[in-house]
Design a protein around this ligand. Structure first.
Ligand SMILES: Nc1nc2c(c(=O)[nH]1)N[C@H]1C(S)=C(S)[C@@H](COP(=O)(O)O)O[C@H]1N2
Ligand SMILES: [Mo]
Length: 299
């Protein structure tokens, strides 16, 4: 049987008792009774998925504008049927893979992941999706491939944001092949058991939970297997601020702000910032991918 990574965050973690106890702790923290440690991550914040409204109304999808509410406002006009993903480069079976055909061949499962934006906000999101490795298997990765490049749709008539040269469109991203094949790396097609909304990257987007959110490229139309490291949009825009790897790392600050803590979206007016975890809390699963690398240099 194929190895399936087990979720460490499940809805069962938010049992009614745990929520009740943590509400009491939260109140105690606010009123200064001091039951919540200074650096303690409160379980309720860490494990309870954000509500649908947070996840679908506070977005980054610059093709629809740079405001957090622009994607929810404008992405409705994006046509997502029909949709195909071209898989090319160093693969045995290059071609245009129809989204419906892909969905007929993969196993969709729920993955409740922490999601950490480089801007220092975070959410917990219950994605539905399948492992990227399943899709790459369909195309047959050749032995010379070492990297995977991804590209978002570029359709100016449906994307009001692309008339502004915020980045060099289309949005492109990349992973090392071993990162792409890691069982944590998924193509998300849903949230809370519903089809993924356009503003979140319909009909399918990458999710790499141990990396900053900008690596999780939306509305993917092309995947290319390559020998060399592909260019990535934010690295092209500012190489000093955004490296190829972009692993979540509380010890390496962005040149313009600290990455040591984060604000959980929807946490409320008095919510404390919480500590950012190495590899966004997935250190046990992914640290071995970077053995021997200096993560203060290979950012
Ligand atoms: N094509 C594309 N993909 C993108 C972006 C974008 O602007 N365009 N923004 C990225 C950033 S910065 C983040 S934080 C996440 C946001 O995903 P969400 O809106 O589903 O939370 O998408 C990433 N993928
Ligand atoms: Mo982001």
């Amino acid at each position: 049987m194929a190895y399936r990574w087990k979720n460490d965050l499940t809805r069962d973690d938010a049992t009614p008792e745990a929520i009740y106890l943590n509400r009491r702790q939260w109140l105690a923290g606010v009123t200064g009774l001091g039951l919540v440690g200074a650096t303690g991550v409160r379980a309720e914040e860490a494990f309870e998925p954000n509500p649908w409204e947070d996840i679908t109304q506070y977005n980054n999808f610059y093709e629809f504008g740079t405001g957090k509410e622009d994607p929810a406002r404008y992405a409705g006009q994006l046509t997502t049927t029909p949709w195909s993903v071209t898989i090319d480069g160093l693969v045995d079976r290059p071609g245009a893979y129809d989204f419906k055909d892909i969905m007929a061949q993969v196993t969709v499962e729920e993955r409740i992941y922490r999601f950490r934006c480089v801007e220092a906000w975070s959410m917990v999101i219950p994605w539905n999706g399948f492992e990227l490795s399943d899709l790459l298997d369909m195309a047959g990765v050749q032995s010379g491939a070492k990297y995977v490049a991804f590209e978002t749709l570029l359709r100016p008539e449906e994307m009001p944001g692309v008339r502004y040269p915020v980045i060099d469109w289309p949005y492109v991203e990349g992973l090392r092949l071993d990162e792409a094949l890691h069982p944590l790396t998924i193509m998300a097609t849903g949230i809370y058991g519903r089809d993924i909304p356009n503003q979140n990257g319909a009909p399918l987007r990458l999710v790499v939970p141990w990396k900053y959110g900008f690596k999780s490229i939306k509305s993917v139309v092309r995947i290319t297997l390559m020998e060399d490291e592909p260019p990535t949009s934010w690295n092209k825009a500012n190489a000093r601020e955004y490296g190829f790897y972009s692993n979540v790392n509380p010890d390496v600050d962005h040149p313009r702000w600290s990455q040591a803590t984060e604000r959980r979206v929807g946490g409320g007016l008095f919510a404390k910032r919480q500590p950012t975890l190495m590899f966004n809390g997935y250190e046990d699963e992914v640290a071995s991918l970077y053995e021997g690398m200096d993560l203060t240099v290979d950012i």
